[in-house]
Ligand binder design. Sequence first.
Ligand code: BTN
Length: 320
Amino acid sequence: MRERILQELYKRRDEFVSGTELADLLGISRVAVWKHIEALKQGYEILAISGKGYKIKDCYNIIMPLKLKDELKTKCIGKDILYYQETASTNELARKLLAEGKINTGTVIIAGRQTAGKGRRGRSWNSPHGGVWMSLLLRPCLDLQATALLSLVFAVAVASALDKFLDSSVQIKWPNDIYVNQKKLAGILLELSGELDRADYLIAGIGINVNVESTDLPDPAEKAATSIMIEARSNFNLSVVLQEVLQSLDSYYDKYIHQGFDEILEEFKDRCFHLGKEISIQAGEKVIRGINSDIDINGSLWIDTGREKFKLNTGDVALI
Ligand code: BTN
């Protein structure tokens, strides 16, 4: 019912819609409309003026899960869409719902904002209103190593979807950070569980700064971050971005499962801004400095110091 109210307000976003009209349209009482609006106000900016009715104030940051599910043309991702106005972390919620047997493969959990968003390597992830914060649950019939490669596959998928909203080309920092104009735009956190020969499940958490203001981004001194809105100098409809990204994730996932990693790796390399350049990378206690000579078919990064070649499976790359 709440989503039907939201859809109606969105359809008529340039005018006020009275409580009586909504009540008649949906076959409920005006008091029920008021109660639903009060609940919706927790996650959406809705103006309520007595004698006039209700109007959506910020129509860019609206996600309507039922509408999204209807419009998606995916094979696997987005078979179920759960939307929460606020949660601590969609990855944590996915894990909990999975343990309770409440979600199936292909489910996408989206939040309007996260209060304890998680980043890679134990970092936190700022997730204010205006971003895409979501987690996908998948159970690919792959071993753990092949499942882990999805971290690079999804980076290519997200980058290729976000390209449609920006003039500058969207790039990747190994293994899966999404950059534009040398600033981080989106991140991916893959959590998997299973035996070596077979992954049990995979939770892919994806965070995209869409209409996020610079004041809501992490401290610039700490790490350079940006949003689509900042780079493109205009707001984007969150649902449109979300739909594009889900569509792309589904198509790259399908391609990876059926055709393997070769072609996707080439796309990854094309977008990887530090390949062939001098980088430094923290590997455990050591910092290795050299030329990033390759990213191989297993997703490992190679660094050539001039004296030695190192192969790394994890780490934080910095361009020198
Ligand atoms: C990174 O450090 O680059 C990864 C960031 C991943 C953030 C997303 S937002 C949705 C999902 N839920 C989380 O708590 N984290 C991921």
